[in-house]
Design a binder for this molecule. Sequence first.
Ligand SMILES: [Zn+2]
Length: 424
Amino acid sequence: MTTSPISSLRCIACGTQHEVTTARFACQSCGDLLAVEHDLDALKQRFGDLKQRFDQRASAFGSGVWRYHEMILPDLPAASIVTLNEGSTGLYSRPAIDAFVGCKRAQIKHEGENPTLSFKDRGMTAGVSWAKHVKARRVACASTGDTSAAMAAYAASADVPGVVLLPHEKVSLEQLAQPISYGARVLALQTDFDGCMRLVKQLTESGEIYLLNSMNPFRIEGQKAIGIEAVHQRGWKVPDWFVIPVGNAGNISALGKGLRELHALGLIDRLPRLAGIQVAAADPFYRAYKNDFAQRQAVVAQPTVASAIRIGDPVSYDKARKVVQGFDGVVGVVDDQAALDAKASCDAAGVHICPNSGVALAGARQLVKDGVIGKDQEIVVIATAHGAKFSQAAIDYHSHDGGPLHNTPRVLPAELTAIHGALG
Ligand SMILES: [Zn+2]
């Protein structure tokens, strides 16, 4: 017996529908991005009580993405799933973090606890599983960081060759280590990141090599499990706010999509508000927001410690704009120093996060100061990657006077009295 697909792909600009199995992610009518759309009535009819299903799987099932299989890719057969037990990340409450932010409860959803240490694994398990389902022979992305690490890990797990395009001599060893270790074919091109993006699009145009960049709409479906899981961990009680860093704007788009679907399916009784936070060195989305989204802005992104969100022209601008407007959301901005201080504060509470996550945490603190987030409210801050991916930022901050929370190691003679002296 064959059942008709629950999902389809719809152009976010002109609304044209495309087959869910297509390997091309530009609208055939107007060229804009496609989004996965689920027929939620059909979904309810086919799978019944989703809350019960998800609750039952909570303790027994390793993946915090596929625990929500019916909401992620309902048409994907379980046999096609490629998983590294991603998700199931911690949701941390610490008095020190509440005090830092200044509101009643500020929980950290730590996506750095994923297998390749960033939230990208959630999207990639969905993208690579779907690639396997549509029998892709190779997968590719252009990336200078977390995306290539995640793609390489999942491609290796699926036994599908992975190709990573990156700009020659513009990537650190830390960023190279994961994709080469996972066996991806890494091609360092004599161009910049935008040049790599252009070439990966051309390379995948024929559909022969499957594109896993942020244009791939299936990744959003896996990524949206962050919000679903966080709310599930809170006993299906939504916080007043989610606060999330914004670079390419795919993550905030995914978060909004998941929450809206949870609401439409009746698993939550209200929607939270969303706050997207940018870093001052790359703040096109903030500028557009300040201008009531009258027009899309692009900037030349400057160097910043928050390198993962150093994006001058966010790919998912339109999706993210709709999410911010639909969730009574706000967009904030903080500078590098505020992000590093927030990171140091969170790290010292035992939750080791990356500088990009520090941007979100610093933004939350600023929004409380500005009276946008109430002191009596509960928030969830999405931390996107682990501090261990950014050791240099921590070393720099702590090895000299990097900020008020610096914890500089002291050099002493090898004598007990000196140690006692230092310990007071
Ligand atoms: Zn279109």
